[in-house]
Design a protein around this ligand. Sequence first.
Ligand code: MRU
Length: 352
Amino acid sequence: MNSQDLRAVTWTAATGDGAPSVSLIDQTALPQTLERLDVTTVDALIDAIVRLVVRGAPAIGAAGAYGVALAMAQGRREGWDRARLDAEIARVRATRPTAVNLMVCVDRVAARVDEGIAAVLAEADAVVREDLDANHAMGAHGADWLLKRVAPEGDRPLRVLTHCNTGALATAGWGTALGVIRELHARGRVEAVYADETRPLLQGARLTAWELVQEGIPHYVQADGAAAGTILRGEVDAAVVGADRIAANGDTANKVGTVAVALACAHAGIPFMVAAPTTTVDLGTASGADIPIELRGEDEVLEWSGVRTAPAASRGHNPAFDVTPGSLVTALVTERGVLEVAAGELPGTRLR
Ligand code: MRU
């Protein structure tokens, strides 16, 4: 399958006696198997988000949007009153704290609960459609900017580094940072992608590499710890990453390890680009210091494939994200165009 056609999150209407479901590509099973998990209850949806069956800020947003409809359908089956329904929707909204898309999408869709489930589903469908459109737009803006900045002299293909997975799997389709890379590839302008493996759950090695294989894009998987050296040796022309939340001053929360990539890019004097839809920009958050960072379970760093690797007495520290200062973000690409944040084009003044 061409991964451009992947839909990580869809809604399946009720059939016969079967309850309606939110249908998710099970991202824990990739790259070995491409299978879907259909969840019919709020508990099952929350469990899937926590276990990273569905992950990536826009994809979590889509799951939350359909989650509102799921809660309504479950509430109808189980006779919930309005207070219970609101509480269940609030639980979905709070499942992961860093990606603001989850909260934005749940709130947008939940505002239509009084109009009934059809209106809620129409709003969730719009969330997904708009994200897909945004990704294609930012892919074009990002590719234009990179080619002009990095290879103004001609048609040289680029060597691009990326971190985590920001492709079709992480979004409504196409991808954010990976969408920019796809667009460059479509224009014949990718020499190679360096895909950081992404600790602790290997979203890069398992998911980004899988999407790049589907597209036939040449790439190397490398350890996160290799990224700075690869950049400083001059083997990369630019880094392009996604985001989970961007504060008004341009500080950007993204998968843990991202800030090391940004620091290396600054030292090497190459662009560090963040690609994200405006739904990831949180103008209500002044700076990165105000972004809540998800702290995940210790076992994800103390174990490997369920087998304990660290000494029994060791404790784990497992922040899922870090914050890159806006001063290191050369370019922020949204569906509306490119902001040169490090040069002073701040989201808080340009995107209001
Ligand atoms: O923990 P994850 O896999 O949900 O983290 C995902 C990331 O950090 C992505 O870079 C970000 O959500 C952008 S996805 C388009």
